[in-house]
Design a binder for this molecule. Structure first.
Ligand code: ROI
Length: 160
């Protein structure tokens, strides 16, 4: 069993509902147990500002799936919820599921970079992750709490 963390994000088509539906789908994943889901957070868009605010959360999973098999499953959920690939870089999306952490592993493949390349700078990842795993140390050896000290909340709000 490997403990994984997934970042959830949406800013189109009733984002809270998109995240709720995604949580249901994560609960159904094969060979996987959904361990916990953070609160849902409202966040300011990173990237172009002429798009709606985001709803973000983090989920903890225990899985027997390999990282690429897990990625396949996450992309399938995104597709089922109407995600248009090829859309504008850093543009709005109905659902984004990012594999943030896969145990303590570093992964660099054609399809995957784990830990997720942007997570250390993103308040909408770090704060919900901290809610689930306050003692977490990243694979690079950095404590999550020391990153939080560097990354302002930037208007992050708890929705539920
Ligand atoms: N901004 C926020 N606040 N939350 C996201 O999940 C998010 N996802 C993205 C970009 C467009 C970078 N901005 C985001 O992919």
């Amino acid at each position: 069993m490997i403990r994984c963390y997934i970042g959830l994000g949406a800013n189109l088509e009733q984002p809270v509902l998109q995240l709720e539906q995604a949580v249901l789908a994560l609960r159904q994943l094969p060979d996987t147990t959904l361990v916990a889901v953070s609160d849902f957070y409202g966040s300011k868009p990173m990237g172009p500002q002429d798009q709606p605010d985001y709803v973000n959360a983090v989920a903890a999973l225990d899985t027997e799936l390999g990282p690429e098999a897990l990625l396949d499953q996450l992309q399938q959920i995104e597709q089922q919820q109407g995600r248009q690939r090829k859309a504008l870089r850093w543009g709005p999306r109905t659902l984004d599921l990012d594999l943030l952490l896969y145990g303590n592993q570093h992964i660099h493949s054609e399809r995957l970079t784990v830990p997720h390349y942007g997570m250390k700078q993103r308040e909408f990842v770090l704060y919900p992750l901290h809610q689930l795993a306050p003692q977490l140390v990243l694979p690079c050896g950095t404590a999550l709490t020391s990153l939080l000290a560097l990354v302002p909340e930037n208007g992050l709000t708890i929705l539920k």
